[in-house]
Write a protein that binds this ligand. Structure first.
Ligand code: 5RP
Length: 257
């Protein structure tokens, strides 16, 4: 990679010289945090967890650029989905798995919501929550990258909580989830792709749990969900975030727990 990277339209010479004031688009904000996470947290020789989604894709892109221009060397990466694996392969990023590299130096991923107070996350909007959690829980540093629209107070009402379940008896499992004491009042809806249930990379289904108010006790909710036979994993990522890089109209900020 050799060309200049304009982190927003405001920093591009044509915008500055013409005195234009333009708001960065949401994609530009995602690019800013994706690039910053790699620039600031990835060092040569590291094992890197690669997240999934439109924001994480910018981090993967940046990693590919810095490997190609020689800024970074001896990186090996672990993708969290088939989509990310294909993107990384296309960029020539060397890949491995947790089976041979169980200790990850840094993982970088987006989120659907981030709780302002605790940096607890809801993830899985893109359907990759199981592989994301398996990989990211192994990382010494887990860097979350979001635009400011993802910041919220509490978890639950702002984005439906995805829960990965097995296909067998999925209607029964869906009802069991809905009836959990700490998820009281939630509506669990089987995720569809057209007229068929959405199928994850692990050949499972997802139910999205809708809440009117924040989940009172996310730790208890997570424990109850994992206790349902047939639930594989849930999208609450609690106590995992090392740092959250947030891009907004006033610039980039970094929050730590
Ligand atoms: O959890 C995820 C995928 O399972 C993504 O990180 C989450 O959905 C955010 O995606 P995007 O950056 O496209 O908004």
């Amino acid at each position: 990679f050799t060309g200049p990277v304009y982190h927003s339209r405001l920093s591009a010479p044509w915008a500055r010289s013409s005195g234009m004031r333009m708001m960065a688009t949401q994609d530009e904000l995602k690019q800013q945090v994706g690039y910053k996470a790699v620039d600031d947290y990835v060092k040569s020789g590291m094992v890197v967890g690669l997240g999934t989604g439109s924001t994480a894709a910018f981090a993967v892109e940046r990693l590919g650029q810095l490997l190609k221009d020689g800024t970074l060397k001896d990186i090996i990466a672990i993708p969290t989905s088939i989509r990310t694996k294909e993107q990384a392969e296309g960029l020539g990023i060397p890949l491995t798995t947790l089976d041979s590299h169980p200790n990850i130096d840094v993982a970088i991923d987006g989120a659907d919501t981030v709780d302002n107070a605790t940096l607890a996350l809801v993830k899985g909007g893109g359907g990759a929550l199981l592989r994301e959690k398996i990989v990211e829980v192994q990382a010494k540093e887990f860097i979350v990258i979001v635009d400011e629209s993802k910041m919220a107070d509490g978890v639950g009402p702002h984005f439906d909580l995805p829960v990965e379940i097995i296909q067998f008896c999925h209607e029964h499992i869906r009802r069991e989830v809905e009836n959990l004491p700490s998820l009281k009042g939630c509506k669990a809806v089987l995720r569809m792709s057209g007229d068929k249930p959405y199928v994850t990379d692990n050949a499972n289904y997802i139910v999205d749990c809708k809440f009117d108010t924040p989940i009172k006790d996310p730790v208890q909710a997570g424990a109850e969900l994992l206790n349902v036979v047939g639930v594989v994993e849930h999208g609450l990522f609690l106590g995992m975030t090392t740092a959250c890089i947030i891009a907004g109209k006033d610039g980039i900020s970094v929050k730590t727990p």
